[in-house]
Design a protein around this ligand. Structure first.
Ligand SMILES: [Zn+2]
Length: 360
């Protein structure tokens, strides 16, 4: 089996990697072979599955890129972006990531890979999932343990990395990228911007046609507010060139130096894509505010998530359940935003956060 590989800009190669669980959720990996004597650069890795690994290794070999001289830039610590980081580091690649991604083990509600671990119990209790309050959801998380342990897809093997912060520079093959901190989709997400070429690798911050999940399981991190600020930045500073997200089509327009290079026309209008995401979130913010206003009692994050997203039953299916826990974290970030903006009150009782309207 060979993978797919195409030169999308001079010296920039793209390979699209699959997620066998869900065909549509494919991830873009970019490889820039270094000039002679120079290190090569790879942005994100795809999932930690054998088939992704086979395809990545094929792509690197086809381009003559050796792991020993490869810088792997991990935009954020989600399994579709760093699933192979440990494997590639083991072959000698140097991994780079913002250490803020590791301030907690993982951001999407289930991070410790054991629902009975005290830190994990605390995390689930915070959103209102305990054996007493939500036996069905709790039981599903316990069963998830086995699914996660049996699946390379959901496991992020630990890896060592060099710390990056906003403003670091990665030079490779005639490109000189500056790192840009993109809080929102995750707290420590980083993008790469080439100012002379007006080329912006924006990870999962802006994707055409979907509102990327702003998922946190931790209070007082102001993640949604940070996302709105970052999107405003993208709209005003980075929207006049070519924007390459990690999923879906490109955004913007090819700059003059690269006109029509890859053959496929990007979706025009980065600004429009940004606006759509902002308004989608504001819609949900408004909807969740109304849920709090209409409720006669205080609600947990999970209760709000189920009302807001019409979830009547905890999903049985593995992928549906994975999405369910992402939705709970999304509701969390929206509730936090309402709290910061003084539309909601937050009370902690026995480790669980309860939310009510502050404006009723
Ligand atoms: Zn992603």
């Amino acid at each position: 089996m060979a993978g797919n590989l195409r030169e999308v800009l001079p010296g920039v190669f793209e390979t699209i990697l699959p997620n066998e669980k869900k065909g549509i959720n494919r991830v873009r990996v970019l490889i820039l072979p270094g000039d002679p004597g120079e290190r090569s650069l790879m942005v994100d890795t795809g999932y930690g599955t054998p088939s992704c690994q086979e395809r990545v290794e094929w792509a690197l070999a086809t381009l003559g890129v050796e792991c020993a001289t490869l810088d792997l830039f991990v935009t954020h610590k989600h399994l579709d972006h760093c699933g192979l980081a440990a494997a590639l580091a083991g072959k000698g690649a140097r991994v780079h990531m913002n250490p803020v991604e590791d301030r907690h083990r993982y951001d999407a509600l289930y991070q410790i890979m054991d629902s009975r671990d005290p830190a994990q119990v605390h995390l689930l209790g915070q959103v209102g999932i305990t054996p007493e309050k939500q036996p069905e959801a709790w039981a599903r998380f316990v069963r998830y343990d086995d699914q996660v342990k049996a699946s390379v897809l959901y496991t992020i093997q630990p890896f060592d990395y060099t710390h990056v912060a906003g403003g670091d520079v990665f030079s490779c093959g005639g490109y000189r990228f500056h790192t840009v901190w993109l809080p929102g989709h995750t707290m420590g997400q980083m993008g790469l911007y080439e100012p002379d070429k007006k080329l912006f690798l924006c990870a999962d911050q802006v994707i055409d046609g979907v509102a990327p999940i702003v998922g946190t399981s931790f209070p007082d991190e102001h993640l949604l507010a940070g996302y709105f600020r970052s999107l405003a930045d993208i709209k005003h500073k980075y929207s006049d060139g070519l924007v390459i997200p990690a999923h879906g089509p490109y955004l913007g327009e090819y700059p003059a130096w690269a006109k029509g290079w890859a053959g496929a026309a990007p979706v025009p209008g980065v600004r429009h894509a940004v606006d759509k995401i902002v308004f989608a979130y504001l819609d949900k913010v408004d909807m969740i505010k109304h849920i709090l206003d209409a409720s006669k009692r205080r609600l947990t994050v999970m209760e709000v998530a189920c009302i807001a997203y019409g979830i009547e039953k905890i999903p049985e299916g593995e992928w549906a359940f994975f999405q369910f826990k992402m939705i709970v974290t999304k509701a969390f970030s929206i509730l936090e935003y309402l709290y910061e903006e003084e539309f909601a009150l937050r009370t902690e009782i026995d480790g669980t956060l309860y939310w009510e309207s502050a404006t009723r």
